[in-house]
Design a binder for this molecule. Structure first.
Ligand code: THU
Length: 162
């Protein structure tokens, strides 16, 4: 028996001013995008902004539904929109932010498991890391170097492509 460890490293910033300008801009886009969320049930608004290799930015926000499971998270709205309109173009970075009508969101909001699964598909396919920038309304900002680091030992089966 051998005990193994998978390291997890990320950067933590105290404010957007400390970020590289392009990361700061992308986080602003995510905060702008969350204003258009359709979240009448949770009153929890999530915004995601994606920077592509061609320089374009695609945004998304959570879209809820009265049949609850039919809604979709901001990250998947953004990544599917980006991929649908830019096939084959690398996804560089995704910034995610959230705001609640009910309480201050002071901690970074990390993507749910289903969104991680959706995002890692593109990361594997493009063979290039997707960076992730997370912040709540306020508070510390996390920058993570890849989706894989958020999802160690993820499902992969290249045989399915055959
Ligand atoms: N939500 C997202 O948009 N992204 C996540 O990663 C987690 C949760 C949305 C789904 C739902 O509309 C609301 O936040 C509350 O769960």
């Amino acid at each position: 028996m051998e005990t193994k460890t998978i390291p997890f490293t990320y950067e933590e910033y105290d404010s957007p001013e400390e970020l590289q300008p392009h990361d700061r801009d992308l986080l602003s886009c995510a905060k702008e995008a969350l204003k258009n969320a359709y979240a009448p049930y949770s009153r929890y608004h999530v915004g995601a902004a994606i920077l592509l290799g061609n320089g374009k930015i695609f945004t998304g926000n959570n879209q809820e539904n009265m049949a609850f499971p039919s809604g979709l998270c901001a990250e998947r709205v953004a990544i599917y929109s980006a991929a649908a309109n830019n096939p084959g173009v690398a996804i560089k970075t995704i910034a995610i932010s959230a705001h609640s009508d009910k309480f201050p969101v002071t901690e970074p909001v990390a993507p749910c498991g289903s969104c991680r699964q959706a995002m890692i598909e593109y990361e594997m396919f493009q063979k290039q890391n997707i960076r992730i920038i997370l912040q709540g309304d306020t508070g510390k900002i996390l920058v993570i170097g890849s989706i894989e680091s958020l999802m160690p030992l993820s499902f992969r089966e290249n045989g399915l492509k055959k």
